[in-house]
Design a protein around this ligand. Sequence first.
Ligand code: AHR
Length: 691
Amino acid sequence: MHLKPVALAAALAPFAAALDVQVASSGGNKTSYHQYGFLHEDINNSGDGGIYAELIVNRAFQSSELYPVSLNGYHSLHGARLSIQNLSQPLSAALDSSMRVAAGNGSNRAGFENEGYWGMNVECQKYTGSFWVRGAYDGSFTASLQSNLTDDVFGSVEVPSQAVADDWVEHTFTLTPDRDAPNSNNTFAITFNPEGTENGYLDFNLISLFPPTYKDRPNGLRVDLAQVLEAYHPTVFRFPGGNMLEGNTNETYWDWKKTLGPLRERPGFPGVWGYMQTNGLGLMEYLELAEDINNMTIVVGVWAGLSLNGDITPRNDLQPFIDDALNEIEFIRGPADSPWGSRRAELGHPEPFNLQYVEVGNEDWLAGAPEGWNSYKEYRFPMFMQAINDAYPDIQVIASGATSDNYTFPAPAIGDYHPYREPDALVEEFNRFDNDLGHIVGEVSATFPNNGSKFDGPLFDFPAWIGAVGSAVSMIGYERNADRIPGTFYAPILRNMNRWQWAVTMIQHAADPALTTRSVSWYIWEALAASPISHTLPANEQFGPVFYVAGRDENRDDALVWKGACYNISSNDIYNSTYRANSTRVPVTVHFDGVESGTEATLTMVTNPGGDPYAMVDPLEGNKVVSTTETSITANADGVFEFYMTELSLAVLDTGVNKRVAGAPYSPIGKKDHDWKPRMAGKPPGYRPAV
Ligand code: AHR
């Protein structure tokens, strides 16, 4: 092959590094992993209508003062008359409203259909259903999955009646459609013959239908959403909030006890994000979610005597809530013969869950400020911490604010820091924890455009590329300080595209799994989490425009890892004064002490070839923004790895052979139809600008 002279010259030119990283083989600051994970609370219909796989909306007519009982989601069939009843004999104390279905005039069929959470995905797979009926009926029910647009019925099953006059009787069934529906505009219907009833009507409650669930858990998770979460390798999970934990008032916080046991014993929860929640995704389901997805480390938030309306629990009334938190901890990790551990065992999990982190409250600096925060510092947090540490000395207690919220929490607590920021501000986070107490970064996302007006203006419609790279810089900074910063959590993690309160989520979804979409942030987090570091290693510090961390992983034969994010090449003064030859890319060399010529590594590059810093993944188009490439790279004669980084990119160099492998690239193009339109996110109810 004949190379042109100019190309030959370039090929022979020495690699002129603008960034030359020398990594020592020992002496780093850390002894444990910095974990990547997420917060889940039911926001954006990410629980009901989201990862909780129930297909029936308003399945048990649950209500509260804030959300009155309704027939929302139900429609009459065959002229039936539907009404809400509050019978003297309800299904349960928790579910005290039900739906009466009365015959229409002259029809020998009556029934109802349920529209689901903005439709239902119907495929040839086994659906598991149940409903409760009160009233004598001699006949059978027909349960069907059918189109909302045409007369198509994709599958139906006859359910023999066991209904009796004066009691509630559960009916169970399975239903396997014989063909896939072409779109998610479908309903679930139940009909019966009113001539077989005693009174011409029947009462229904707790109507439920599940598709196959993640890891086949009854009352479980939506498979595609759990899989797309699992595929970015989260290893730490914070729940149940977030504002959901706090509740709207001191009478309506997220009470874990009301989320346990059979569904008929769960009253539901007046959610803080604008809708009534079923409590189907309860404490046990959250714990199982953590176990099933990568056996994640748990950070559980316990209610701490403050709600979103600013109600503060006085010192003298606090002890019952401290006892309640201790009971919750015992439920999670107590032995199966302890009072609350035995309740967990009864519910099918005799083995204790592994719980090492308990957070007291959520953002106590915000609601009811300044009194709420003052009460937290003066007595609420110290009282909770003392009690938890006395009972469980090995548990790391977490305060719900940061040192930057003007709180030096008492040892041995660590804090919780929530940087919802512009991309540039996240880059400034890089050295945020170089000299500080320990914290988790319990919520983070790049939420607003640069030079915007923060919470007074619109949020991004979806995570934007520049924000994802900006947050990579911050996370690399947190990982450098992993001796004190054990984990970072994306929030909010999921969004149903039909109704949301907070747009900048890592994953978007609707009823149709073809619309489940990884945002640009997913790709950045995946690459960072795929190469864990158990020990940081010291390196020379030449930060900007590339920000980096180096380390080794003792669980992968001491694999050597370097992670770097490149942000804002052209406006970086140091870079421009030392290296100007090519301002569109940065030549990088990395030398790990002891690495010899010929050593192989994998170089993962996460880039946005289109170049638009504000590019976002649109769920209707799939990923047309992010490129993740993995190449094999060999150390040169001096044992040095050489590569280039482009503007707004992430590079991960890893000598390990068994780095975590993400699932297949996922680019769902909306192959089925859909009924949502992108719109700007509204501001969350009750939200106030961060201080
Ligand atoms: O993630 C959305 C909300 O932001 C959380 O509920 C709250 O903790 C924070 O203010």
